[in-house]
Design a protein around this ligand. Structure first.
Ligand code: C2E
Ligand code: CA
Ligand code: CA
Ligand code: CA
Length: 278
């Protein structure tokens, strides 16, 4: 039994070493990924529920990691959030999104707002406002064509300081929305205090919309609240016509999800914009 125990232990430490080595490798490749131009932006349409026309697009980060294909943000954003890499990479995302949007305008496409995610760490970084200002200047983008998405958790973490940063971003003419609404603190008081224009209902409430009367009640309540505060609402993760129909009847304005399109690479996003109805 003792020998077996030791074998288990050895096996366990081997696995631990492997996991640690794996993490180390991941982290060091991430450190050079920006310089090696391995990041790219994908875009997912946000539709107007009433007209079914494209209303905006969310910008979603991808990592083209050699030997691993296209890696999704859940695999590396938590690590970058921990080691701080999210600050330069997040800044790159904002710049790249603004440049791309300017490029589409130059090609004569109809203007489209791009929604960019800001992580909590990025949000609390002291240089954020200055870097946004610099990007606006250098790219010449109309601030009305960008939106920032921040989560409730990021917003609630640092009360007054947060309010000040949100105020500065808002003063630049950039719209702010609350991402993953309903999953965080769910304190509704801040919605009134913060210069937020839009909330995004988390996919968790949309997933079982057809079966769950509770989820339907929650979504209806969020929409009613938003209406009374004059916020617009986006439902995330809309995958079926049935969900779409329910949201439409509940008066939700916007929807995003696989029903319309998965996040797509730049060239495909451009096609979507070219085929866009007036
Ligand atoms: P999020 O901001 O909540 O983004 C929506 C996620 O839901 C995206 O996953 C999108 O692909 C996925 N999604 C959209 N429609 C559907 C649907 O109908 N069904 C299902 N099952 N999923 C759907 P993705 O691209 O893997 O991104 C995951 C998260 O990574 C994002 O969640 C966001 O928190 C973060 N993220 C992505 N890009 C960035 C970035 O540039 N900066 C920061 N800080 N975070 C980012
Ligand atoms: Ca988002
Ligand atoms: Ca979300
Ligand atoms: Ca999410």
């Amino acid at each position: 039994a003792k020998a077996a125990g030791r074998n288990n232990y050895q096996f366990f430490t081997q696995k631990m070493n492997l996991a640690a080595a794996h993490h180390f490798e991941l982290e060091s490749s991430l450190r050079s990924a920006l310089a090696l131009q391995q990041f790219e932006l994908h875009f997912q349409p946000i539709m107007d529920i009433r007209t079914r026309h494209l209303h905006a697009m969310e910008v979603l980060l991808r990592w083209r990691r050699p030997g691993h294909g296209l890696v999704g943000p859940d695999q590396f954003i938590p690590i970058m959030e921990e080691n701080g890499l999210i600050v330069p990479v997040g800044e790159w995302v904002i710049r790249r999104a603004c440049e791309q949007n300017m490029e589409w305008l130059r090609q004569g496409l109809q203007p489209v707002p791009l929604a960019i995610n800001l992580s909590p760490r990025q949000f609390m970084h002291r240089g954020l406002v200055a870097s946004i200002r610099r990007i606006l200047e250098e790219t010449g983008i109309d601030p009305a064509l960008i939106e920032f998405e921040i989560t409730e958790t990021a917003v609630m973490q640092h009360g007054e300081q947060t309010l000040e940063i949100l105020g500065q971003i808002n003063a630049m003419g950039i719209r702010l929305s609350i991402d993953d609404f309903g999953t965080g603190y769910s304190s509704l008081a801040y919605l009134k205090r913060f210069p937020v224009r839009k909330i995004k209902i988390d996919r968790a409430f949309i997933k079982d919309l057809e079966e769950s009367t509770e989820d339907r009640a929650i979504v209806a309540a969020i929409i009613a609240l938003s209406d009374s505060l004059q916020l617009s609402v986006v439902a995330e993760g809309v995958e079926t016509e049935a969900q779409f129909g329910l949201l439409q009847r509940q008066g939700c304005q916007h929807a995003q999800g696989y029903l319309f399109s998965r996040p797509v690479p730049c060239a495909e996003a451009q096609h979507l914009l070219q085929g866009r109805a007036e």
